[in-house]
Write a protein of this length. Structure first.
Length: 261
């Protein structure tokens, strides 16, 4: 409850700062729709020539894109403002020193204390495309599918946070190593069904760098119904990656000697 209270307080402060630059809202809205349009347009062109894409219908693909947009919006709001710049601001510029002196968890402060509230605007077009896909489906999602989708979206957010923490922790061992370009490029693959990729890449995106969990698995669950083994696997993956991220953070702190040392 204490961490939730801190998250609410930090979001409120970030919102007040963001509202001081309201023109940014216009650009955020424009970028959200442009980004979503670039994801939808190629797939709609494909569906003018085919009824399915690697077994995915047009409705299922729209649900996937909407789900991807929602998770991307939440990631951009709560995770990226903290961890995208951690090697520079946290390690080399010494901001981590101030986190270590606070009574709250240093991992929470480093990964979730800042937010970008205006980025939440990405949820609006995401919900619109999600609703479009559901409306275009032959059958409406059942209660089990909706609950499974919610559980998998929650697991995807946890996995997204854990992966970001693990990449940030590399800065403790190699401060100049920059993997953001690779991570963001891999993230873009999450907007497409993993079934369209060749088997080696599909295995990597499912088990090594689980982009399949970000959008493909939740979307398939929503319209096709839940697979209890998949739900259990997603929960286990989220818990395991969270534990791994926490351990990596603690190991990294043992190596950290302060920016002025």
């Amino acid at each position: 409850m204490k961490l939730l209270s801190l998250l609410g307080a930090s979001f409120s402060m970030s919102l007040r700062r963001s509202m001081a630059f309201r023109i940014n809202l216009v650009f955020d809205v424009a970028l959200a729709f442009v980004g979503l349009g670039t994801a939808i347009a190629p797939l709609l062109i494909v569906f003018t020539q085919a009824d399915t894409l690697a077994g995915w219908s047009k409705a299922e693909t729209l649900v996937l894109i909407g789900t991807y947009q929602l998770i991307t919006g939440l990631r951009g709001t709560f995770i990226d403002p903290n961890l995208s710049w951690f090697p520079d601001n946290g390690i080399r510029n010494g901001k981590l020193d101030s986190y270590l002196l606070q009574p709250a968890s240093s991992l929470f402060l480093a990964s979730l204390s800042l937010s970008s509230p205006l980025t939440l605007i990405q949820l609006v077009p995401g919900l619109g495309v999600l609703g479009w896909g559901i409306a275009a489906a032959d059958e409406r999602p059942g209660l089990a599918g909706v609950l499974g989708w919610l559980l998998l979206v929650a697991a995807a957010l946890v996995v997204t946070w854990a992966l970001s923490v693990l990449l940030a922790c590399l800065a403790f061992w190699a401060p100049k190593l920059q993997l953001d370009v690779f991570y963001h490029s891999a993230w873009q693959l999450g907007r497409y069904p993993t079934d369209i990729f060749a088997r080696p890449l599909r295995v990597v995106l499912t088990y090594v760098f689980p982009m399949a969990l970000i959008a493909s698995v939740p979307s398939a669950t929503l319209l096709r119904g839940p697979n209890w083994q998949v739900l259990l696997g997603a929960a286990v993956a989220a818990a395991a990656l969270s534990l791994l991220a926490t351990v990596a953070w603690q190991k990294g702190l043992h190596r950290y000697t302060g920016a002025t040392s």
